[in-house]
Design a protein around this ligand. Structure first.
Ligand code: PMP
Length: 433
């Protein structure tokens, strides 16, 4: 049997010119119809839902596609190549997240899937502490198997730490898990992850970080933050190919029943002499990756991790901060616009801004932005209903609006041109005049 190492696909010919923006995204120049019969270039300002694909990620996937093959299953050259790239993708993600020796990187479908996997893997009866303000993906998976303490929505990072500390102190003995978000998908505000993790440590609790909104904007380092697990989604990290990640401590994952039972997760399945079968499961990541893995999804995430690291988060941060300042200043000048905020105007934040508009239901406002100005934003309760309801109580009734109230959310990132922010501000002024 030959054992030569398969070749890695060569660099694609359509790779971006290194002198051009390494964080360029696809979609620039896409034209969309307007209600008046005209058309305009689409302004994608809904990155917090799903970000556009990085050009480099697209090119890497295109270069790999002809070499695509099954993972962990075939003896053929392309199967071995795909297996190698899949496992290398795991290593790339581990480096991107600052994983510790022994940590596992499990490829999942999404953040929601990752947190449900951890909920299934946590020892039965774990006391889970979670703020009511979390995204539903972080708020809801624990209820089936665990005792959940819902922490009240805090109004400052310091209050968040005090609240968590108090609840951790009062929690009964036994396994404890604190679930925290890195950045809010409603207000963009950053949460005091390091301080919350330190509080958890003081009380012997584990920590899982929902980095769905943080990872696309800031480096996430498990070891430096001292969190046990981190979850994120490829489609918010410029890699929309159906994969997500749960990375962190191996012990709970190794001891848990496989998330899905089936091929890939099982190492040995033996017939018993008395009938039936015995199963020995894998103890590494494969235990929770039953079925044929999404190798393109994993490869795309790894490509996004490499591209962001190479381009440098500093550069991305400067771009985002400049546009965020412009957006917030422009919105502040429109009296009908009322921004939603948990920690106040000076809180550090990623480029996610939600607001209500006097005289407008958010759904209608978002539709008008799309139909009249070619701008894509989101409206609604953003799968964080307790948080949005708490924030809406702050703003009080919206003038001229008696229907169910929905805020509007604007979010952006790599590749967003200044012109899109300016178009949005012009549109908001026009619609509120
Ligand atoms: N957490 C946060 C903070 C999010 O913003 C989202 C997506 N809106 C999720 C979790 C869930 O991500 P996904 O839909 O990719 O599972």
């Amino acid at each position: 049997m030959t054992t030569t190492t398969p070749a890695v696909p060569s660099v694609p010919s359509q790779a971006p010119d290194p002198a051009s923006d390494p964080l360029a995204v696809l979609g620039a120049g896409v034209r969309v119809p307007l209600a008046d019969g005209g058309e305009t270039e689409y302004a994608a300002l809904d990155y917090a839902a799903s970000a556009p694909v990085l050009r480099q990620v697209w090119d890497d996937v295109a270069a790999y596609a002809p070499y695509y093959g099954s993972v962990h299953r075939g003896a053929g050259h392309l199967s071995r190549l795909s297996t190698r790239l899949f496992e290398e993708s795991r290593e790339t993600v581990a480096r991107f997240l600052g994983c510790r020796p022994g940590d596992q990187v499990v490829f999942t479908r999404s953040t929601t899937d990752s947190l449900n996997l951890l909920a299934a893997a946590a020892p039965a009866g774990t006391r889970v502490l979670v703020f009511e303000s979390e995204h539903h993906a972080a708020l809801l998976p624990w209820r089936r198997r665990h005792d959940v303490t819902y922490l009240p929505v805090p109004r400052s990072p310091e209050e968040a730490v005090r609240t968590a500390e108090r609840a951790l102190r009062a929690a009964p003995s036994g396994p404890k898990l604190l679930c925290v978000t890195g950045a809010s998908n409603v207000t963009g505000e950053l949460w005091p992850v390091r301080e919350l993790a330190a509080a958890a440590r003081r009380h012997g609790a584990r920590v899982v970080l929902d980095a769905a909104q943080l990872a696309p904007h800031r480096p996430v380092d498990l070891a430096a933050l001292d969190v046990d697990w981190v979850a994120f989604s490829g489609h918010k990290l410029y890699a929309p190919f159906g994969s997500g990640v749960l990375a962190g401590r191996a012990d709970w994952l190794r001891r848990a029943e496989p998330y899905l039972a089936g091929g890939g997760a099982s190492r040995i399945v033996a017939r018993r002499a008395d009938g039936g079968v015995d199963v020995e499961w894998h103890h590494d990541e494969a235990r929770h990756e039953a079925g044929s893995p999404n190798v393109i999804g994993a490869y795309a995430i790894a490509s996004a991790c490499r591209t962001l690291t190479k381009a440098g988060f500093d550069r991305l941060l400067r771009h985002e901060e400049r546009l965020l300042t412009r957006l917030r200043a422009g919105l502040a000048a429109v009296p009908a616009v009322r921004p939603l905020s948990l920690f106040g105007p000076d809180a550090a934040r990623v480029p996610v801004v939600s607001f209500t508009v006097d005289g407008w239901d958010g759904d209608a406002f978002a539709r008008a932005l799309s139909e009249r100005h070619g701008i894509g934003v989101r409206s609604g309760l953003f799968c964080a209903q307790p948080l949005v309801r708490a924030l809406l109580d702050d703003t009080g009734p919206v003038a001229g609006c008696d229907g169910p109230l929905q805020p509007v959310r604007v979010s952006f990132g790599a590749g967003t041109p200044t012109a899109h922010i300016d178009r949005l501000l012009r549109a908001v002024r026009e619609l509120t005049e």
